[in-house]
Design a protein around this ligand. Sequence first.
Ligand code: NAG
Ligand code: NAG
Ligand code: NAG
Ligand code: NAG
Ligand code: NAG
Ligand code: NAG
Length: 682
Amino acid sequence: MVSKPDMSTRRILTFPAIRHCEAVSTATLLDSLLLLASNIFEYKSKPLFTNYRNAQQSLRLVGVLSIFFEEIRENRSDFSDSSVLSFSELHFILQKLRFLLEDFTCDGARLWTLMKCEFVASLFRVLIRAIATALDVLPLRSIEVSLEARESVQLVMKQARELQFEVDPADRLVSNDVISILSQFGDGIVPDSSDLRRVLNQLGIKSWSECNREIKLLESEMGFEYLSEEKRDLGLLSSLIGLMSYCRVVLFEFIDTLPNQQPNDSSSEVIRHLNTDDFRCPISLELMTDPVTVQTGHTYDRSSILKWFKAGNPTCPKTGERLKSTDLVPNLALKQLISQYCCENGIPVAEKSRKKRNIVRTVVAGSVAAEEAMKMLSDFLVNRLENGTGEEREKASFEIRILTKASIFNRSCLAESGAIPRLLNLLPSTNPLAQENALAGLLNLSKHSKSKTIIVENGGVELILGVLKEGLRMEARQHAAGTLFYLASVEEYRVLIGEIPGAIQALMDLIRNGSDRCKKNALVAIFGLLMYSDNHWRVLSAGLVPLLVNLLTSLESEELIVDSLAVLATIAEKQDGTMAILRAKTLPVVVEILNSTTSRAGKDYCVSLLLALCLNGEGDVVPVLVKNPSLMAPLYALLTKGTSRSSKKASLLIRLLHEFHERSSSNLMSPAFPRERFVHVW
Ligand SMILES: *[C@@H]1O[C@H](CO)[C@@H](O)[C@H](O)[C@H]1NC(C)=O
Ligand SMILES: *[C@@H]1O[C@H](CO)[C@@H](O)[C@H](O)[C@H]1NC(C)=O
Ligand SMILES: *[C@@H]1O[C@H](CO)[C@@H](O)[C@H](O)[C@H]1NC(C)=O
Ligand SMILES: *[C@@H]1O[C@H](CO)[C@@H](O)[C@H](O)[C@H]1NC(C)=O
Ligand SMILES: *[C@@H]1O[C@H](CO)[C@@H](O)[C@H](O)[C@H]1NC(C)=O
Ligand SMILES: *[C@@H]1O[C@H](CO)[C@@H](O)[C@H](O)[C@H]1NC(C)=O
């Protein structure tokens, strides 16, 4: 009956939909009230860094009330309708009060609840006044309780009506300090460390990880803010994030990460380049612009699923299950991934709603203070990289790594401060973490176009290849391959990388011996290099085709299979590529994958590959395919279920096979195919 708050989906300082309890026995209602009151009372022992007085007063009133509830529950008397109404109302209010308490004691919420102290105080006031109103309805006289209990309820009513619930003077002072520091940032004045420390001390923020948790929470608030109508707090949130990031970088020398936040674990960058199945709406098969999740947990694009509902289907299209509720929950994580993918691959995001521009993706910070804070901390970090001790450099490289995660603004700030040449200097480092962090930072910086130039002009390609071959940690080699992928998006650099002796060989070594993530990044890097035609014969002569075909038969990971197929399909587009693929006895393997894979992208590449082989392979391919019994069923399935691209290719392939079949049965077989008739697909 008491719904457990779910922090993963609720914005703090807002209330989820709370229901009045209806149709339960009064005894259960009272039990639930008592449980709530005791939940609330547990906050007594939690450290409160902001809004202390209001919280304490509320806890005290609830404490007194719970003694009263306990007594009337013992007595088990009958209750009048108005008593039940009052209990039900109290139940409703206490749930909200519990959410409120949970919010400003939750991890990382100290700065935000401090800056929102007026609002928090008003929430307390409203809730406690509502308690008074609910108690008004209670016919105290007709309830069997001790005189003491009755008097205490009357006291609660009086206080609930009269207490002031104003902002704590201490909170007022600290929030003014914060505002004046923000205005210093805004004016380009480097704030005094002792001022920063004083604020953090007030909030009990004593370590790197506590500071980082504040940033995380502010960033998640920012996410909610983007989705809100008014976006009133965007500027403030950006400024606060800037402030806390500056504090994290400048004030804390030692990174005390929790086990689940170790630098190791964030080394998960694998480039999502080739496989975008999850980004497509299962209904429209297009990239989703506004992914929403229905009750069954499946995700669709909002416009498609709404059309589906409007057409009179109250079901989940994927499972066919009847939906009890047609509520659509925005899938923000996926939305972010998709827009990141689009941004990184130059795909314009079809922004349907006019104003939903995400500042993370734009070239400006959310506020002047945030912008200046970022510039100051970039300068600080670059100085550390250049003049710091070994440990300071390692920490600076780690900070750069996390600052460059998604923000284009941050990347350009760091690039302009001169971070890139200093990071490159760290690549030959014998400190494995510094090397890895430096490359991780370079990887994400290299998504920014100016950075690519700076990397290349400072001899970065050779240094990165050095790590690709002999990086101290597997992750560093993985990031090296990833960085090459981004560099290869520039034509000139594709040429440059391809011409370096051993570069392609080194990527292939990584495909052969690296971790799965290394393999993935190396595959996409080669995919990128293939866009330059001279690299085509280079990969062929280096023996890429047998390596990939071998991968297709030995790999477990569907994602890697899809990527290998993508590379093979590209290679097959040229005659000599097709020949190499046929020599490696690839056909049965591909047909088998086409039949068995569940990945839409996988099927897509299989068909592209087969079609290219048919067109380039002259008479060697079609007669073999015609005899393969497991080919036709999946091809026909693609006609109706595939993407428009793959169904078009499947239909061409079917036509080719049929024509051959007819010709051969009428003995008019000709070995060559009029490929001109088909070339328009490419
Ligand atoms: C992180 O990396 C270090 C160095 O390679 C290693 O000793 C440590 O066990 C790793 N931690 C985790 C959680 O993987
Ligand atoms: C490193 O220290 C020197 C000497 O103090 C200084 O001139 C230089 O600007 C510093 N480097 C950076 C990047 O700040
Ligand atoms: C680079 O940024 C992405 C987000 O854009 C992040 O997921 C990834 O972990 C970062 N890469 C590294 C190597 O830290
Ligand atoms: C950009 O930099 C700010 C500090 O100025 C930091 O808090 C934020 O996390 C960074 N953004 C991303 C997306 O990395
Ligand atoms: C990679 O594998 C090949 C062949 O299996 C082997 O000769 C080579 O030494 C390996 N390289 C590394 C770095 O493990
Ligand atoms: C094709 O796939 C189906 C199911 O995925 C399987 O039952 C069948 O045996 C496969 N055919 C061949 C020839 O592998």
